[in-house]
Design a protein around this ligand. Sequence first.
Ligand code: TPP
Ligand code: MG
Length: 538
Amino acid sequence: MLTCGELLVEMLEGFGVDTVFGIPGVHTVELYRGLPATQITHITPRHEQGAGFMADGYARVSGKPGVCFIITGPGMTNITTAMGQAYADSIPMLVISSVNNTEQLAMGGGRLHELPSQSNLVAGVAAFSHTLMRADELPAVLSRAFAVFNSARPRPVHIEIPINVITASADHVKRKLGAVPSRPAPCPDAILRAVDMLKSAKRPLVLLGGGTTHACAEAERLVEALDAPTAYTINAKGVLPKGHPLALGSNQSLVPVRELVLQADVVLAIGTELGETDYDAVFDGNFQIESQLIRVDIDAEQLNRNYPADIAILSDSRLAIKALLAGLGEVPAFNPQGPGSKLAAQVREQLDTQVPEAWRAQKRVLDVLQETLPEMIFAGDSTQIVYSGNHLFEANQPRTWFNSSTGYGTLGYGLPAAIGAKLAAPERPVVALIGDGGIQFTLSELASAVEANAPVIVLLWNNSGYGEIKRYMQNRDIPTIGVDIYTPDFLTLAKGFGCNAERAESFEQLRELLLSAAKADRPTIIEIQEHAEFLSAV
Ligand SMILES: Cc1ncc(C[n+]2csc(CCOP(=O)(O)OP(=O)(O)O)c2C)c(N)n1
Ligand SMILES: [Mg+2]
């Protein structure tokens, strides 16, 4: 007999799944029975939040959904934070869990791992949560899940399978899948109106979001055709080539970019939710768009959130950009010394004069990382060196700079996300940028990294506390309670986990440590102390 659990893993492999992240329990063991018959690698984290963050990092780098096997109840409550981060950042993730037997659902019998309604618990951080009542629902439900990942705004999907359904026979199930839906193409009339508006613009400006990472070449051609200064979100870093003359970086929360946006006569926002962590990280409500606004998004609801559009184009960003380019027709060749580039250069100069001293030293560290290992992928947590990098760092490629300071903004993401990223791209160096506070949320995942042969580099930014929150309290004259935390000896701990570990005391030493970390067969922790002497000399 083929069980539902066995059919599930067979079908997942058919959808191209090669890795699952999970911690088995008595309710999910039947998901494991079929695994040896597939090529799927199982990675075991040390906490379900780690599973979710690994799946997220894996998805961001591979472009495929990260898949998790999670137990009923505590496993699901543990992974909910990671689903929240993926939901906020539009990351595809498939969470498969067990749930109590069908005849026990919603009975409140106090069974092992029972929640009043697990599906309701996660519904708020998932595109949908489905309770699989029969094995023959599998083809349709998986088709729906992959339709979300491939053809709509990607977000986590949850499928829970009652224990008696996981073990039920699936011999009779027809493996007929739904076709992958085409991605939405723009309405020609909306494109015509947008092209008219853009053609008459004297001072256009473009905002690119994470929804454009699959449309880099097209986005570059479009901003050049428009000669438009272009700002991008943190998740869109690398969509334009590093050093592009029209680039404004990810500085929408800073005055010079905000002023340029106010002077624009048409703003074109593509694949961006225009959300707070990219446009108002200073929380003062002063990012304003007063010009005409054209928005392109794959999510119809998003087109009417935050800033109302004058023209709202529901479309895949790449298809819309191609249609806009076709509509614009022949345009003069891009002049890197033209008016758009001059405006962008002026803004970049103004931004440069405002860079705080501390950021310069942190930027220097990031530059050393990028120069030493140009193929590096940066998976960040919510820590000072990530915030400064969000403003100052320029990625060499898309999908190589991401962190949990955006959207949901949770701590503990950086290390497991880096492990997931490394598993998706084993040939590339991957660094976790993480603080001493954040790493203590998920430090145990060092063991998973050793076990999974994922030799990530961890750049541990140590200031013995919740540094950024302490600064925030000081600025508001609030007693700094709860932020000077006891920090363990991370180097000894890391060695105990089987990792290499060293403190960097100079840029030269950092460079050497990076080069050997990139060749190592195990994770390397490089600690940098915020107040190290070599940083104060920058
Ligand atoms: C789950 C969670 N709890 C609390 C916070 C609030 N928070 C944001 S940054 C931060 C400080 C983190 O400290 P650390 O990782 O050492 O970074 P640092 O600011 O010191 O560079 C805290 C507590 C959060 N973002 N997420
Ligand atoms: Mg800290």
